[in-house]
Design a protein around this ligand. Structure first.
Ligand code: BV8
Ligand code: ZN
Length: 244
């Protein structure tokens, strides 16, 4: 794949680069994106109808089981070449921030260091009442496991629709996006807020915005460079073209 020489030039001299990733960045690891039709048992549910406090209050077992199913799927997959290309990019850029909407922990597993998990991490479980984190819980399939401290229902440590994002991560993400000289939007449909606003904040502060996505998104008209294809293929080629 050929890359515009001015993008290569920008990246070679960039000191501050921020990257926002979405489910598309994990698709080549074998994880379904959020917008993919859910598989099997879950086909009849829309993610938005499962990933919310109301859904958990209405049917905690259904929501717990959906996350248990997804947690096992995450544990069964590995980072893909796109994740590893971002690890290489981080080594070349003095101030590099990886902001992810993904809850699968694959950037950390690949070796990325400065990662901001805006929507939490599905591998972490906490009490829905007292917030205590736990690594182990009962394997009784009939009911949602409960907190050993206060007996509250356990839940995945992810941000549901209608819930606020973790303040520290969001603030750091906004600052990094605004300060960036180059901002990448990778594998995201750019519809979920406030994450989707980060690319606009970068653009409005003069960043060079680069989109790498399988298909055009609402952001595409505003970006400086758009590459439509698979991030697991494009990212390693870009890193090679710039730094090798
Ligand atoms: C909040 C964790 C304040 C859970 C997730 C109306 C208008 C605007 C906003 C709203 C609105 N109504 C409600 C809102 C706010 C709402 C929102 O944005 N809703 C959307 C649906 C309109 N946001 C919230 O509720 C947020 N909180 O606002 O708090 C507040 C507080 C109190 C009361 C009110 C407000 C919380 C949002 C976080 C929700 N949690 N995840 C879990 O995972 O179960 S979001 C979840 O969906 C994912 O984490 C991810 O972020 C998002 C899906 O987006 P993508 O990652 O982009 O994935 P998607 O499938 O959409 O796209 C993948 C892309 O990849 C595609 O374009 C595809 O082409 C591409 N692709 C595929 N394969 C590849 C590829 N690209 C490259 N290579 C490939 N191989
Ligand atoms: Zn508790």
């Amino acid at each position: 794949m050929d890359f515009p020489s001015e993008l290569i030039f920008f990246l070679r001299k960039a000191e501050r680069v921020s990257v926002l990733t979405g489910a598309g960045a994990s698709q080549e690891s074998g994880l379904r994106t959020f917008r993919d039709a859910q598989s099997g048992l879950w086909a009849q549910y829309r993610p938005e109808d499962l990933a919310s406090p109301e859904a958990f209050a209405r049917d905690p077992k259904l929501v717990w089981d959906w996350y248990a199913f997804r947690r096992e799927a995450v544990k069964a997959v590995r980072p893909n070449p796109g994740h590893y290309a971002l690890v290489e990019m981080e080594k070349k850029i003095p101030e590099f921030t990886l902001i992810t909407q993904n809850v699968d922990g694959l950037h950390l597993l690949a070796g990325s260091r400065n990662v901001l998990e805006l929507h939490g991490n599905i591998l972490r479980v906490r009490c829905s009442e007292c917030g205590t984190f736990t690594e182990t819980w009962g394997s009784d399939l009939e009911s949602v496991p409960r907190c050993e401290t206060c007996n509250g229902l356990l839940r995945p440590d992810v941000v549901w629709f209608g819930e606020s994002l973790p303040r520290a991560e969001l603030e750091s993400a906004v600052i990094a996006s605004r300060k960036s000289q180059v901002f990448f939007s990778i594998g995201t449909s750019g519809v979920v807020q406030p994450a989707a606003a980060l690319a606009h904040a970068a653009h409005n502060n003069g960043s060079v915005v680069v989109e790498i996505n399988a298909e055009p998104t609402p952001l595409t008209p505003k970006v400086d460079f758009a590459f439509h294809g698979r991030s697991g293929e494009i990212l390693p080629e870009l890193v090679k073209a710039v730094w090798e």
